[in-house]
Design a protein around this ligand. Structure first.
Ligand code: ADP
Ligand code: MG
Length: 169
């Protein structure tokens, strides 16, 4: 039997109409992320990955989110929230060997939340339990954000996010 158009569990698509909404979405998700969770931020330059990371950091309890900037040159920024928050930007990454050089395995398996811009650069080798956010430019102030939870916990988190967001609308 066919079940008519029901949004897939663990995925959530929103078109935000301004930067504040993107920030707010990040913050709502940050509030519910458990320690050790991995978030992949995927999308072209200017899509809003860093802004979403700022929101996530706020929700994770980082007090001064002005320190949340693209860590392109240092590769990893660390912030103090409810637990450590690692923010990576792999834009300039040339090879997988480089990511191993920065202690990827330790970052990913540790107790900190890991937020990774351009995570698609490392290919398939991402934690099974994770959240992926694909961001896309729609218009000057419009961005399409597609959240998908991978793994049981990831899917539950996205369902929770959807609920929190809709409650505010
Ligand atoms: P990325 O890290 O993906 O390169 P940034 O987050 O650094 O992108 O930049 C996104 C830019 O787009 C910011 O200047 C932000 O103010 C702007 N912007 C405009 N509308 C939005 C929106 N709805 N969501 C996110 N960013 C937006
Ligand atoms: Mg960025």
């Amino acid at each position: 039997m066919m079940i008519a158009a029901k949004a897939e569990t663990g995925t959530f698509e929103v078109v935000t109409e301004n930067p504040d909404d993107t920030m707010r979405l990040g913050s709502l998700l940050g509030e519910i992320l458990p320690p050790g969770f991995f978030v992949a931020l995927v999308g072209s330059l200017g899509a809003g990955k860093t802004l979403l990371a700022k929101g996530l950091a706020r929700g994770l309890g980082v007090e001064d989110v002005r320190e949340v900037t693209s860590p392109s040159f240092v590769l990893v920024n660390e912030y103090r929230g409810r637990f450590p928050v690692y923010h990576l930007d792999l834009y300039r990454l040339d090879s997988y060997a480089e990511v191993e050089g920065i202690g990827w395995d330790e970052l990913v398996s540790g107790p900190g939340v890991t937020l990774v811009e351009w995570a698609d650069k490392v290919g398939e080798d991402l934690p099974e339990e994770r959240i992926e956010v694909h961001l896309q430019w729609v218009s000057e102030e419009g961005r399409r954000l597609v959240f998908s939870g991978k793994g049981g916990k990831g899917r539950t988190l996205i369902e929770e996010l959807k609920h929190k967001w809709e409650k505010e609308r």
